[in-house]
Every structure is written in structure tokens, then in C-alpha cells.
Design a protein around this ligand. Structure first.
Ligand code: GP9
Ligand code: MN
Length: 635
């Protein structure tokens, strides 16, 4: 034992334990796609490389400090790993620095947070206990290397890192440039190096505003004028002129529930009926385009017709930017604008962002009466939420634009049994099983809301827009989803699953129909302005109104995947949009040409936000200007 101890310093043991544990988490607790043996090898290697990198630093410390360093590093490292695991279980994504600063959101997760923590997680901490014990009780585990020994240990660090990075670059060229895919980064360089990379990116994007001088706004403007702007006006221009707009952001609602049945019962009977009516316009191929900012991203897209950011929630990271938002435009056109959402006002930094976007009023949690009976899941349930909103809505100056954000159909999809009118689904995913009854509940709440609006005399003078904000079922539940849909969830199906309901109900209109064309959340702002008959010539948006024929030919997702008339693209594979089959090499070329445009558009949107470029633009004149006076001090 003595000899063994002498030969194996504790930092080596710690590396082996920690590396192995991290590998097991990657392999069995996260849902990382491994496509070939090389990826498997890199995934196995990188946890040991990262662990060695950190633990080997200990050889430079005095022997008596080494033990302390090793046990605290093991603990902190494990906490980071574990936090990522919990985060991943909810979002199928990894933590970024901007997300960390949204701490108050994590606190509000409450009930859902508990369901993300599993008893067996305790095993993740076992090696910490062992290292802790050994480091406290056996001082002879420390090493007193000569200078040459220290340098050798460190040289091995660089050797290992280089091997890792070279293998990763071979497997995934330009890995570091294509940063928006966090899964690739974690798979290839490990979670700890990924965090280092993320921190560097964060600093870089912070610097971007400082160095922006307005010259880039012309590039954005030219791109938009050439590619997304349309001067056509369809027959629907002004169809809803002067009407109130009631916009409902329907939490986590995805298209696959529409017309679906559980044990013979429709999941969303109200929406199923609504979408077929003559006074409703329905888009079955409408995609959400959100990223880490979830609901707030979808709000941002609708309000600005810009893309959210690849990292963090733009509602947090760029809440002080200059925008040309939908509520501002509506205010200028004599509309009263408000938001209804029964959650803490600072969640997603809404109170700050709504002010900046120009909303006249935010009816947050405090405007509603919560009782034990009407509060479950994330808070006030949807039926009570709509019902209690009516009194405020009636008092609003007309015309108004009011956004409602529902809450009941939110992960972990909790619903008291006596409130449920639908059976649970039966699969290995608790989440998917519970998804349907809460979807049904929200559907019932919407039906009641329509009735409330009629009773209040508001229905006839309003248009009502329903939009799903983002997915509710992540790839983590692919096996169960595949069982439900009766097909494999490949890249094609993953993208198709990102379709969310989008319908515009116009009382009194009788030309309503289903439009098959592809559509996305960026198109909502121009579409609404079009219906209201408000010209939007100088708006600089990445979306186009959905009724014009002269539309850009693709819908870009935030992770770089896209849908075009012909193709669906995901993870470097082009699929035929109609058949779902991978396309031939010649066809792939024209698919990749679209991909180039998608990347260009996303990066222009990013530079617009990072550089806060709208401060250099005059929307009244439709031209570049010198920097605007700003009232916000914390930029
Ligand atoms: C929180 C609600 C849910 O107020 O909008 O946010 P999400 O977790 O879906 O982004
Ligand atoms: Mn949401």
C-alpha cells in the first residue's frame, strides 16, 4: 500500500475518478448524439483531459496545500457538472454565462426544479467524498516534485489538450467558430473547457457594443431591403384596421397536439375547431425560432421581427438597446398597449424590457388574485387568469393591443386530477404523459376566454391571435415522442416538431383558410401590421407579412437549421421537405446555398443586437443617422 501510494499521487487518482464520472454523466445522463467511433473516442477522452488539466495544477503548490486544492476542486467541479445536468434535464442545453445571471428565474422554477433532481444523482458526489477522505487522512498522497517533474506534468497537460483539440477539429472543423451549437462543444472539448470558451465569448460580445460605430447598420439595411422587404400589399392589407388585437402566447403548445387524440378524446377540441373556421386564418407550417430565452425569446421575435441570441436571453442581455418594436409602432398609431401575465414581473427581466419596448401597462402577478384553489403548476391557472383579466381589458382605451401569456401548460405539466378532462398518455416519459392533460386544460381556458370576450362586448371589435411560444417536449423525450408519433425522430422530424400553432381569428371575416406556406415567429410583426393596415416600409425586419407572395424562401431556426420550400436542414444534413428523405449530393448543393443565407441572416441579426445598431438608425426617415440620445444609463 505504501509503495502504491508513493507511486500514484492523489491528483492522478482524482483525475481518473473525475474523468470517469464525467464520462458516465455524458454518456448515460445527457442525451448527446454520438454518430461514429471517433466521436465516441473524443467523448471518452475529453473528461480525462479536462480533469487532468485542472488537477495537475496542484503539483505547483506546496505539498500541504495540494490536498486542500484537490478536494475543493473536486467539489466545485462536481457542482458545475451537476448544475449543468439539472439545467440540461429541463432545457436540453448547457448553461451559458448570461443564463447564470438570470438567477431569479432559477429561483422561480420552484416545483419544476425539484422534479429535475433525482435520487440517484447522489452517486455523482461519491468521488468527492473519497477524495475528501483521502486528502484529509493521508498526507503522504501529496507529492513534492522537482522543477523538472512539475514541468513534465504540465507538459503532459499541453500534450493532452492539443491531442483533444486536434481530434475535435478533425471531427468537427471550425468547431469554435460555429459556437451556437453548444452540444458539439461539450461533446468535443468537455463541459469545463466549454465554460471557459463561453466566458471568452461573453467578454467578446460585451465589447462589441463599445466598438460599434454605426457603419454596420448599412449592411443590415441593404440586406433587408434586398432580401426580406416586400412592397406588395395583399388583399388582406387593412382587413382588421382599427380593431383591438388580443395576442395569446400559448405556453409550450406544439402542433402535434392539434387533431391528436388520447384514448379517443381530442386533446385540443377548441383549437381544432377554431383553425377550420371561415373567420380564422391558420398556418400549419409555422415554426418557433426561440433559443435559451424560451418564452421571452418568442416575445422578442414577435415584438421586433429580429432573431433572439444564440446564447442567453436577449431580454436580459440587451434590455437597454434601442428597438423599433411592435408596441411602439402601435402606440404611434393610437393604440393602447399592455401585457397580461400572472408571474413575478421581473421573470425574464420583463418589467425592464417591457418599459423599453414601449408597453403602456404590464398586468403582472400582483394584478391577479391567487387562491389555493386557482394556483397550481407555475402559478395562477389559465382559466382564472383569463377570467380575472376581463375587468382590466374592459377598462382599456380602444383600440388596444394586449398580449396574454398563459402558464398552466408549462413543464412539469402539473394538473390536479379533479381538474383534468383527459387521460395521461402512457410512455416512458412522465413529461410527455402529462403534457396532454395540461394542453387540454389550456384549450378549455381559451374556449372560455372567447366566451368571456363575447360577454364583455369586446369580441366583435377585436382580432384574436393564438401562437405557441416554443417547444414543450425536448429531444430528451425522443423515445416517447417517437412512440406517440409512430415515427423515428431524426433531424428532419426534430425540425418538424418545432412547429407551433399559429392562427388569427377575425370575427366577421369570411375568407379564412389554411395557408400551407412556411412561416415563422419573425413574420408575426409584419403580418399583424399588414392586417391592421399600418405601413411598415422602414421597419427593418427579418420577417415578411405572410400574405404577400414575394417572400423570402426560408425560415431560419436559431441553431442554424432551417426550413425552405424544398428542404429541411438540421445538423449538416439536408432532407427533402415533402418526403423527409436525405437529398442527393447535387440537390444538397442548392440546399447548402440556402444554408449560407441563413447563416448570414442570423449573424446580421446578432451584430445588430450586440452592437445596438438601431441607435444609429432613423426609422421615420428610413435612413442611417448619428447616434441617438439615450436615456438609459446602464449600457
Ligand atoms: C414565465 C413563463 C415561462 O413567466 O413565461 O417561461 P419559460 O420557462 O417558458 O421561458
Ligand atoms: Mn414558455
Amino acid at each position: 500500500m505504501q509503495a502504491f501510494r508513493w507511486k500514484v499521487p492523489l491528483f492522478i487518482l482524482a483525475t481518473i475518478f473525475f474523468g470517469l464520472k464525467t464520462y458516465l454523466v455524458y454518456r448515460f445522463m445527457l442525451n448527446l448524439s454520438i454518430e461514429n467511433p471517433m466521436q465516441e473516442l473524443i467523448l471518452f477522452l475529453n473528461p480525462f483531459v479536462s480533469a487532468y488539466l485542472v488537477f495537475a495544477i496542484s503539483v505547483w503548490l506546496k505539498p500541504h496545500r495540494q490536498m486542500k486544492y484537490l478536494r475543493w476542486t473536486a467539489l466545485v467541479g462536481t457542482m458545475i457538472l451537476y448544475l449543468n445536468l439539472v439545467f440540461y434535464r429541463n432545457f436540453t442545453d448547457f448553461i451559458t454565462i448570461p443564463v447564470l445571471f438570470q438567477g431569479n428565474n432559477a429561483a422561480d422554477l420552484g416545483g419544476s426544479l425539484l422534479s429535475l433532481i433525482h435520487f440517484q444523482d447522489i452517486f455523482i458526489f461519491i468521488d468527492v467524498v473519497i477524495i475528501w477522505y483521502l486528502s484529509k487522512n493521508m498526507d503522504s498522497w501529496s507529492v513534492n516534485f522537482s522543477k523538472a517533474g512539475k514541468i513534465t506534468v504540465t507538459a503532459v497537460t499541453f500534450l493532452l489538450m492539443t491531442t483533444n483539440v486536434v481530434l475535435a477539429e478533425m471531427e468537427r472543423p471550425m468547431l469554435f467558430v460555429r459556437a451556437f451549437d453548444r452540444e458539439y462543444l461539450v461533446k468535443n472539448i468537455g463541459i469545463f473547457n466549454y465554460h471557459l470558451y463561453d466566458a471568452t465569448m461573453h467578454t467578446k460580445t460585451k465589447a462589441q457594443r463599445v466598438f460599434a460605430d454605426g457603419s454596420e447598420i448599412s449592411e443590415v439595411e441593404n440586406y433587408i431591403r434586398e432580401n426580406t422587404e416586400s412592397d406588395q400589399k395583399s388583399d388582406l392589407f387593412g382587413v382588421a384596421e382599427g380593431k383591438n388585437v388580443i395576442f395569446v402566447s400559448v405556453e409550450s403548445m406544439q402542433n402535434f397536439v392539434l387533431d391528436a387524440k388520447i384514448n379517443g378524446k381530442e386533446v385540443t377540441p377548441f383549437m381544432n375547431d377554431l383553425k377550420e373556421r371561415k373567420d380564422t386564418i391558420f398556418f400549419p407550417n409555422f415554426y418557433h425560432q426561440t433559443a435559451q430565452g424560451k418564452t421571452s425569446d418568442s416575445e422578442f421575435i414577435v415584438e421586433n421581427s429580429l432573431y433572439p441570441l444564440p446564447r442567453g436571453a436577449v431580454y436580459f442581455t440587451h434590455a437597454a438597446n434601442e428597438y423599433n418594436s411592435l408596441p411602439e409602432i402601435l402606440n404611434e398609431n393610437n393604440y393602447y398597449t399592455s401585457v397580461y401575465h400572472a408571474n413575478n414581473k421581473s421573470f425574464w427581466n420583463r418589467d425592464v424590457m417591457y418599459d423599453n419596448l414601449g408597453y403602456d401597462k404590464f398586468f403582472d402577478e400582483k394584478s391577479f388574485e391567487e387562491t389555493e384553489e386557482n394556483t397550481f403548476g407555475w402559478g395562477l391557472e389559465d382559466k382564472a387568469f383569463f377570467e380575472q383579466s376581463i375587468k382590466y381589458l374592459k377598462d382599456q382605451k380602444q383600440p388596444f393591443y394586449s398580449k396574454f401569456i398563459t402558464l398552466t401548460h408549462h413543464f412539469p405539466f402539473e394538473l390536479p386530477e379533479d381538474k383534468s378532462n383527459l387521460d395521461l398518455y402512457d410512455s416512458n416519459s412522465r413529461t410527455l404523459n402529462h403534457y396532454f392533460p395540461t394542453a387540454r386544460y389550456t384549450d378549455e381556458a381559451l374556449e372560455k376566454f372567447f366566451q368571456n370576450l363575447k360577454d364583455a362586448g369586446l369580441y366583435e371589435d377585436s382580432i384574436i391571435v393564438l401562437m405557441g411560444d416554443h417547444y414543450g417536449i425536448s429531444d430528451y423525450h425522443n423515445a416517447a415522442m417517437s412512440q406517440f408519433l409512430g415515427k423515428e425522430i431524426d433531424g428532419y422530424q426534430h425540425v418538424q416538431n418545432q412547429r407551433v400553432p399559429f392562427m388569427i381569428h377575425i370575427p366577421g371575416y369570411d375568407q379564412g383558410k389554411t395557408y400551407d406556406k412556411i412561416a415563422g415567429q419573425v413574420d408575426v410583426k409584419p403580418t399583424l401590421l399588414h392586417l391592421l393596415g399600418i405601413p411598415a416600409e422602414n421597419d427593418l425586419t427579418f420577417g415578411t407579412d405572410l400574405f404577400t407572395e414575394d417572400r423570402k424562401k426560408f425560415i431560419a431556426m436559431r441553431d442554424g437549421s432551417f426550413v425552405s420550400d424544398k428542404y429541411v436542414y438540421k445538423n449538416e444534413v439536408c432532407y427533402d421537405r415533402q418526403t423527409g428523405e436525405e437529398v442527393s449530393d447535387t440537390e444538397a448543393e442548392s440546399c447548402l446555398a440556402v444554408k449560407k443565407k441563413v447563416d448570414k441572416e442570423l449573424s446580421l441579426s446578432d451584430s445588430l443586437i450586440y452592437g445596438d445598431l438601431f441607435r444609429f438608425y432613423n426609422f421615420d426617415q428610413g435612413e442611417k443617422q448619428s447616434e441617438k440620445e439615450t436615456t438609459v444609463s446602464d449600457k
